[in-house]
Design a protein around this ligand. Structure first.
Ligand code: Z5A
Length: 210
């Protein structure tokens, strides 16, 4: 089987980091060779862009600058990590990808989705994830979970309404792309979240092998 591209998405405090370890264990248990990576980031230069994007600063970051930096990092990440891995038959597990740009910059900041689609085409051509797990949680619960962590980054300082728009954005994406996206109820206890993730992964693998 050729390498597959799996992404995991969701709003603040949804438990991506926790569940990525679970997905890595699932891939290992199936003896699937994979690369685990993240956005923004994934290469030394793209990690520097991540720093620029996440560091709180006095100077207001313009929406266009934010959008272009996301795609600049993505271009670098695709060329150096994602495409070589897929082309050599490895799977790629990516913590966030372009759905995050639609959700945060499109739905959250209100940027034109047609413009995002143009940048997506420029940077990715036809590459899209094969499977996207969208962890979904009511914003208030997610923010409460995330508040237990260290100093908030530039995105984590946004208001609740921003995260509400992002959440609705992800749910709209899932409705528009049901063949690729699976929404997981991340407000459940962790073992139930992971049972649902395993079911989605098993279904995907069975489809790919049939
Ligand atoms: N961004 C963007 O705007 N546009 C883009 O195109 C891209 C990104 C690619 C950084 O992302 C920011 O970049 C992000 C969007 C923007 N900003 N925000 N917000 P990131 O992915 O690096 O940052 P993050 O969203 O903070 O993700 P994270 O570190 O993976 O956090 P998490 O999803 O909240 O996961 P967690 O740390 O595993 O879980 C949080 C806590 O909840 C933790 O204490 C867990 O033990 C607990 N937890 C997890 N699951 C459960 C369950 N089921 N029950 C109870 N407690 C739980």
């Amino acid at each position: 089987m050729h390498g597959k591209f799996i992404t995991i998405e969701g709003t603040e405090g949804v438990g991506k980091t926790t569940n990525i370890e679970f997905i890595q264990a699932w891939l290992n248990s199936r003896k699937l060779d994979f690369v685990s990576t993240r956005e923004p980031g994934g290469t030394p230069l793209a990690e520097q862009i991540r720093e620029l994007l996440l560091t709180p600063r006095k100077e207001k970051v313009s929406n266009s600058a934010e959008l272009l930096l996301m795609f600049a990092g993505r271009a670098q990440h695709l060329d150096h990590v994602i495409l070589p891995a897929i082309q050599s038959g490895r799977w790629v597990l990516c913590d966030r990808f372009t759905d995050a740009t639609y959700a945060y910059q499109g739905y959250g900041r209100g940027m034109d989705k047609a413009l995002i689609a143009q940048l997506e085409q420029l940077v990715q051509a036809d590459l899209r994830p094969n499977l996207t797990l969208i962890l979904d949680i009511p914003v208030e619960i997610g923010l409460k979970r995330a508040s237990q962590r260290s100093t908030p980054d530039r995105f984590e300082r946004e208001q609740t309404e921003f995260f509400e728009r992002v959440r609705q954005g992800y749910l709209s994406i899932a409705t528009e792309s049901p063949e690729r996206c699976v929404v997981i109820d991340a407000s459940q206890p962790l073992e139930d979240v992971q049972r649902d993730i395993a079911e989605a992964l098993n279904d995907f693998l069975a489809r790919e092998q049939s």
